[in-house]
Design a protein around this ligand. Structure first.
Ligand code: NDP
Length: 280
């Protein structure tokens, strides 16, 4: 199975399909990620907030794979937005991962109601990490169009990615369009709506007709829209299922039928980025 690469605006490339580890218990993470690497995943999405970076590092070290063969993303935790805290937290991320660089480092949430609304100095600190080579690419997560506009107006450099909630029930069109217009790749978190795509009759109908599963149909829809995805599972069979999404295609009609499931804000499952203020 060959996973396509997507080229970022800084010239680096990212595998379009990866593996997410949100809610994977720290003590199980090394085992779970080892199995994902065995299945063939070469892109792991973790975060300081998930408390499982050490397990990710352990699995990569044990895999025998070259460091450059695995794309690793982590994210700055909400309590560490001030530049000195961000620098210390980033050092700790590299130590826990057991590596001298991450492939991608993100501001996890903009937290516009915290830190006096300042995420600009946080972004400038990530620019330092990229300049010194310890973060090959840098980006943001859960940024609304207004947050992207502020970065563009007040700072140098454009985020390589914006990782936001996107799935069939929440298409997040305005953010995806703002990303596209600025040359920012959209990473779609919760691409199978945390498992809920399996309850939707339209998705189940398409899956049955094509001989695929609902999760595969939802992932394929995201991939055909050009987004980067990294579904999470602790089950090996589901790791294989979620990885096996390059042997079929959705027609324009099926894509449109899934587009039609978008419930706008009612389909959002996570917090709204404008009001999310949890510092951890
Ligand atoms: P997903 O949409 O990936 O869904 C994960 C859930 O679906 C789990 O409960 C899993 O259960 C289940 N599942 C996985 N595969 C299948 C399958 N084939 N059939 C049926 N059920 C399945 O949700 P996530 O929230 O985990 O999002 C993916 C990743 O996105 C995260 O791991 C994280 O890396 C990132 N993320 C980023 C956020 C951000 O703020 N930047 C927020 C949330 C997520 P089980 O494990 O039991 O198989």
């Amino acid at each position: 199975m060959t996973v396509p690469n997507v080229t970022l605006n800084d010239g680096n490339t990212i595998p379009q399909l990866g593996f997410g580890v949100f809610q994977v218990p720290p003590a199980e993470t090394a085992d779970v990620v080892s199995r994902a690497l065995e299945v063939g995943y070469r892109h792991i999405d973790t975060a300081q907030m998930y408390r499982n970076e050490a397990g990710v590092g352990e699995a990569i070290a044990a895999s025998g794979l070259a460091r450059d063969d695995v794309f690793v993303t982590s994210k700055l935790n909400n309590g560490f937005h001030r530049p000195d805290d961000a620098r210390r937290a980033f050092d700790e991320t590299l130590t826990r991962l057991g590596t001298d660089h991450v492939d991608l480092f993100l501001i996890h949430w903009p937290l516009p109601t915290q830190y006096g609304g300042d995420f600009v100095s946080t972004w400038e600190t990530l620019v330092e990490f990229q300049r010194d080579g310890r973060a090959r690419s840098i980006g943001v997560s859960n940024f609304q169009p207004a947050h992207l506009e502020r970065l563009a107006a007040q700072t140098e450099g454009v985020p390589a990615v914006n990782q936001v909630e996107v799935h069939p029930f929440f298409g997040n069109a305005a953010v995806r369009e703002a990303n596209r217009a600025a040359g920012i790749v959209t990473e779609a978190w919760a691409p199978i709506a945390q498992g809920k795509v399996g309850d939707d009759p339209v998705i189940v109908g398409i899956a049955e007709r094509l001989g695929q599963t609902p999760a595969q149909v939802a992932l394929r829809w995201a991939l055909q829209r050009g987004d980067v995805v990294f579904p999470k599972t602790t089950h090996t069979e589901r790791m294989r299922e979620n990885f096996d999404v390059f042997g079929f295609e959705l027609s324009d009609e099926d894509m449109a039928a899934i587009d039609g499931l978008d419930r706008g804000e009612d389909g959002r499952q996570g917090p709204h980025p404008d009001t999310m203020d949890w510092l951890g």
